[in-house]
Design a binder for this molecule. Structure first.
Ligand SMILES: CC(C)(COP(=O)(O)OP(=O)(O)OC[C@H]1O[C@@H](n2cnc3c(N)ncnc32)[C@H](O)[C@@H]1OP(=O)(O)O)[C@@H](O)C(=O)NCCC(=O)NCCS
Length: 82
């Protein structure tokens, strides 16, 4: 009903592709998935976790803000196609 990928590079944790099947949204599944990611990352000694949220994903941003995540000022997302 939902999925999240998380990992770390030894310093920063990252959570990718959090998604909950629409029929199961607003039932606490997304929060539980994130909480389990954070438990695992904390156990690995990670102290800071980063996510990328599309600027036009208002619902996604509302979810992360509700959970206490903050915008990162002074950072710009960059990428390259391979
Ligand atoms: C974002 C998403 C994963 C949230 O999953 P969810 O299972 O519906 O979220 P939860 O039920 O665990 O909600 C946790 C809290 O966030 C709040 N919340 C969830 N969606 C929200 C929204 N759209 N707007 C405001 N608050 C929201 C809930 O009310 C809940 O608050 P509470 O702790 O006070 O009860 C889900 O909407 C989704 O899959 N969206 C499409 C994919 C996506 O945008 N992923 C994120 C990309 S970075």
């Amino acid at each position: 009903m939902g999925a999240a990928l998380c990992g770390h590079d030894g310093r920063r944790g990252h959570i990718y592709h959090l998604a909950v099947e629409p029929a199961y949204q607003r039932l606490g599944v997304g929060k539980r998935l994130v909480d389990e990611c954070l438990v695992g990352l904390r156990a690995a000694g990670i102290e800071r976790v980063i996510i990328l949220v599309a600027a036009d994903n208002a619902r996604g941003r509302a979810f992360w803000r509700r959970a206490g995540w903050e915008d990162i000022s002074g950072a710009a997302a960059m990428g390259i196609d391979l």
